[in-house]
Design a protein around this ligand. Sequence first.
Ligand code: XIL
Length: 332
Amino acid sequence: IQTDIPSLKDAVPFTMGSAVTRPDTLGEHGRLLLKHFAQITPGNELKWDATEPSEGQFTFADGDYLVDYAVEHGLKVRGHTLAWHSQTPDWVFKDGDRDLTASAADKALLLKRLENHVRTLVTRYKGKIATWDVVNEAVDENQPDGLRRSKWYQIAGLDFIRTAFRVAHEADPAAKLFINDYNTEFPRKRDALFALVKKLKAEGVPIDGVGHQLHLNIEQPPASSVEDTIEKFAKLGVDQQVTELDVSVYTDFVSTYDTVPAEVLALQGYRYKELFDVFRRHRSQISSVTVWGVSDDVSWLRSFPITRVNAPLPFDDDLQAKPAYWGVVDPS
Ligand code: XIL
């Protein structure tokens, strides 16, 4: 890795994080991680399918590895994630072969499972994981009530969110509890999430913060819409974090490059710069910014939504600083 360039974590006025998985802690990737980042988010290791693949059978080997690594190296950890519609095993929503329904008995069973899951994870990592994405991607701005029709919602309504936050708070009263979502920079999604958080906070649900995933691309949306979102949520008095930043070099779900052109990487550098200008301006609202991967070679956008060359992060496949890196470290 380049040892003669500034550390990202020293160049920004908030906690700089990266998503990681075990290989990113090893070899040169590990050196890059420790030089530039003060926080990690396990990319998959704390999700339900990884931690409770069958009922009551908890598996923590991968999660423990990353959390222990963080403790050993003085990194903070964002716990990701406790209640989500994706990467959640089928058994959670079934009673034997039968799908759970919205009946009182089925709802009670689902919420009991949720309570056990949340309590077990948050208790295990108490004092080590300071921030949790308690609920992920609960909003669907195309529904009349703005709520995603996940199995969680269909069986338990909003009570799945209330339960997850209540139990997480009971298990670790010091943990900062977040609701996390994507596309929050778009007005309709922003407004739907805002309405949800406002309602839940008015009820006393212990939500400390809002996580903006920020899976963006080189053309849109403009940084000004990210800024509008931060300013809107500031009115609720919640902490805000950027939780999964990346800037795809593609503006659609089908294009592919053999090699990403240099001018595209340069444009991406300006996009990073505009975004970090916004984050710096709002340093009193934004406590942390996480990129979703230490370097391009390990980005999830190499396989989502299709397999293709993508280069959405500040460091390239050889772990060298890209224009995107300079966009982060060079304030206006
Ligand atoms: C992604 C992981 O990075 C991939 O390895 C996995 O195959 C799918 O999930 N929003 C989220 C993250 O909240 O958990 C997702 O992570 C990316 C989109």
